[in-house]
Write a protein that binds this ligand. Structure first.
Ligand code: NAD
Length: 357
């Protein structure tokens, strides 16, 4: 047994903000299999959850094939209603065409469901060797604004403009989440990551809000680190950081860098936290079109995202059982997918995890 639940269940729930309770024996959760490798890795999650007797009934929603006027995207209104109703869900990656086409499905979900904080834990896996063996970081990414506000236009021919929006409300909200997270998860330090030396107004406001919140948490150390220096420090010595909070675009980039420290995108989970305690878990990675449909994808990142969802649902024993089976399978080394240097297919790796349950 690699991990076990401690006395404080909240400390074991990497994404939990508000405990979820249900009187029913079966819990309904929304599942978006998504695009590319999404359906293959979602199948793996369903198989392993079933083998572990997890009392979840999935409400599956695929991305639609035409624009739904109520969401103005290919996401159906019913799928958003499903997440709102269930309060919890698991999402596969969704592809976004580069430079043209429809509004990003991920942005639509984040905006429509007000998923304001994206929590991306990144830890060294016992039994899988990388250059570091002590990575234990949490990236908390503001998820609703910044450079991802979708406000871009051509000013005149040859000149385009993109607006970076930072608001006091969204910055305070994500900073509060980060400090609350640090306090309830036994973390010592929050680092605000920024480029306020150049983006004086936008990142300046973000920092101002972080400082305000930091004052409410004197027991948590607070520091500010410029993003370029942060990248260098992370690569040199990830143990220098604990919880990192940052505007949207920086969070997107830094969390991929962190994934690289522990073995790659096949391993890192995340969860989007919304107003009212909505939790939509998803892997950090995208739809991996280069390996889609080939039975090569590593389902670990989505599985660990599913594990975090189980903690959120207070199903700690099931979460621990599945997490241990994943970690033991990887540590044993007999069945690993190609991204971890092995030659197992997604389905063989899935079967191996089931046999470790
Ligand atoms: P990506 O994360 O899909 O892939 C980057 C690299 O990592 C690829 O070589 C891929 O094969 C590998 N990889 C990713 N996940 C893997 C897994 N589970 N197992 C093994 N290898 C894995 O990034 P990309 O290629 O830049 O983006 C592809 C598409 O995904 C784009 O349309 C992008 O917009 C979208 N995307 C979606 C999300 C999301 O839904 N949250 C996140 C990032 C990117």
């Amino acid at each position: 047994q690699i991990l076990s639940s401690g006395a404080n269940p909240e400390a074991n729930a990497p994404f939990m903000y508000r405990a979820f309770s249900s009187d029913s024996t079966t819990i309904r959760a929304t599942l978006f299999p998504g695009d590319g490798i999404g359906p293959e890795i979602a199948e793996s999650v369903k198989e392993i959850f079933k083998a572990a007797d997890v009392p979840i009934e999935w409400e599956e929603h695929y991305v639609g094939d035409q624009i739904d006027p109520r969401t103005q995207s290919f996401l159906t209104w019913e799928s958003l209603e499903s997440v709102r109703r269930n309060g919890v869900g698991l999402k596969g990656p969704m592809a976004t065409p580069i430079g043209k086409g429809h509004r990003s499905l991920n942005l639509t979900l984040r905006k429509e469901l007000n998923l304001y904080a994206n929590v991306r834990p990144c830890s060294s896996l016992p039994g899988y060797k990388t250059r570091y063996d002590d990575v234990n970081l949490i990236t908390i990414r503001e998820n609703t604004e910044g450079e991802y506000s979708g406000l871009e236009h051509q000013v005149v021919r040859g000149v385009v403009e993109s607006l970076k929006i930072i608001t006091r409300q969204a910055s305070l909200r994500v900073a509060e989440y980060a400090f609350h997270y640090a306090k309830t998860h036994g973390r010592e330090r929050v680092s605000a990551i920024h480029k306020a030396n150049i983006m004086q107004k936008t990142d300046g406001l973000f920092l101002k809000c972080c400082r305000e919140v930091a004052e409410k948490y004197p027991e948590i150390k607070y520091e500010e680190v410029i993003i370029d220096n942060c990248c260098m420090m992370l690569v040199k010595n990830p143990a220098l950081f604990d919880v990192l909070v940052m505007p949207n675009l920086y969070g997107d980039i830094i969390s991929d860098l962190c994934a690289g420290l522990v073995g790659g995108l096949g391993l890192t989970p995340s969860c989007n936290i919304g107003e009212g305690g909505i939790a939509l878990a998803e892997a950090v990675h995208g739809s991996a079109p280069d390996i889609a449909g080939k039975n090569l994808a590593n389902p670990t990142a989505l599985l660990l995202s599913g594990v975090s969802m189980l903690h959120h649902l207070n199903l700690h024993d099931k979460a621990d059982q599945i997490q241990n089976a994943i970690l033991n399978t990887i540590a044993e080394g007999k069945y690993r997918t190609a991204d971890l240097g092995g030659s197992s297919s997604t389905t063989d790796f899935t079967k191996a995890i089931c046999s470790h349950l």
